[in-house]
Design a protein around this ligand. Structure first.
Ligand SMILES: [Zn+2]
Length: 391
């Protein structure tokens, strides 16, 4: 049996199993037993024989359509879409929509599936029209509202996405302020790219009104202050992250260092970092402190500090830098320690630094919206101490 055939059989078996269970349920409930039209089995046979277009022809010609057979259509359409055969999914779902016997509820479901197909095919305009049509009929259609918001995200129509998010918040009775704050940040970045600083600041204020602890907005505001040469304000803004969004602290350490350097108070940064380490224990905090101690006070001060930290909270990246400092001091490039160091470098190379708490996506770059599951603010730095211990 080919892998392709096996791949086809699994969902068909699932659909058939579900259908038989459903019939049994109906039988036991003394409801009307539904007989599948003979043509359905012909259609399924075509699917199994890898002739999906013939199967679609048969399904589209079927005049009888009840809730059970409708769901088989939907399952097959979804299967085509997931396999990337979007044209076939569109054909199947368009055939469903044209069935005159379809109830309003089932017609809506078929339209929603077709909207998913259009998005899968990159036909965003058509998907948008379909969603607007669905929302016209039912302003509380959450599937259509969410789909339309996804479309506006892809098209970077952030003001429209904000309107949709507010409607979704009402429908779900659940705040969407975190997402809306990100949309305002996106608008701020668009304004910044046009050098429109007034609009950039307005949008960042709106983001913070929406979500007072939006780390992204705080960081962007601090960067603007830094770029304008207002280093004291930038330092103050960066420090807000400590209480508002401590998970963002590791992202701003280099910029914070530049601000302290610009006002000639680098030693205050080291003191501040030690305070942060005490409360937040991030490995980036530890490594930045060690690097700054090396720059300002020399290798011995950095080694002493890092030895204490690695002893208290072991981490592979901590050990890696400790070895680097030690090797530089003893000048033993070809000894055993050098072998350990180069092995550790290879083990840690390209190890993920960020992790999505929703879908498990990992990567080496920070994303405000997860590339895997499209959730906003779900990606956080991996806790190095736990990560190190797990290897
Ligand atoms: Zn994710």
């Amino acid at each position: 049996m080919s892998l392709t055939l096996l791949w086809l059989l699994l969902p068909i078996a699932a659909v058939s199993g579900w259908y038989i269970a459903r019939l049994e349920y109906k039988k036991n409930s003394k409801k009307t037993l539904v007989n599948l039209p003979q043509d359905y089995f012909k259609g399924l046979n075509y699917i199994l024989n890898e002739q999906p277009d013939k199967a679609i022809d048969i399904f589209m010609k079927l005049s009888e359509l009840d809730e059970s057979t409708f769901e088989i259509h939907l399952a097959l359409g979804g299967l085509f879409r997931r396999r990337g055969e979007v044209d076939r999914a569109i054909r199947l779902h368009q055939g469903l929509i044209n069935k005159p016997s379809l109830s309003t509820e089932l017609h809506t479901q078929a339209l929603q599936e077709l909207a998913f197909d259009y998005i899968g095919a990159g036909l965003l305009d058509r998907a948008e029209d379909l969603c607007l049509e669905l929302i016209d009929v039912d302003a509380n259609n959450l599937v259509a509202l969410n789909l339309l918001r996804d479309i506006y995200e892809q098209e970077k129509e952030w003001f429209r996405a904000i309107d949709l998010a507010r409607k979704i918040a009402v429908c779900k009775n659940k705040s969407q302020s975190l997402i809306i704050a990100h949309y305002y940040c996106e608008i701020a970045l668009q304004a910044l790219s046009k050098n429109d600083l007034a609009q950039t600041n307005r949008m960042l204020s709106k983001a913070l009104q929406e979500q007072h602890n939006c780390g992204r907005a705080i960081m962007l505001r601090a960067q603007l202050e830094q770029q304008s040469g207002d280093y004291n304000s930038a330092i103050k803004s960066y420090k807000w992250l400590e209480t508002k969004a401590p998970e963002c602290l590791s992202e701003i350490l280099d910029e914070l260092k530049k601000c302290y350097q610009a006002i000639g108070q680098k030693e205050k940064m080291v003191a501040y970092l030690k305070h942060l380490i005490h409360d937040h224990h991030g490995i980036e905090l530890v490594l930045t402190t060690a690097r700054m101690l090396k720059e300002d006070e020399g290798d011995d001060a950095a080694l002493a500090f890092l030895s204490d930290e690695v002893s208290a909270r072991p981490s592979l990246r901590g050990v890696q830098y400790l070895l680097e400092l030690h090797l530089a001091k003893i000048n033993d490039e070809n000894g055993h320690l050098a072998v350990i160091k180069s092995s550790l470098d290879m083990l840690l190379k390209n190890k993920p630094v960020y992790h999505c708490s929703c879908c498990g996506f990992t990567g080496v770059d920070m994303h405000w919206c997860c590339p895997g599951c499209k959730t906003w603010s779900s990606i956080k730095p991996i806790n190095e101490f736990q990560w190190g211990a797990s290897i």
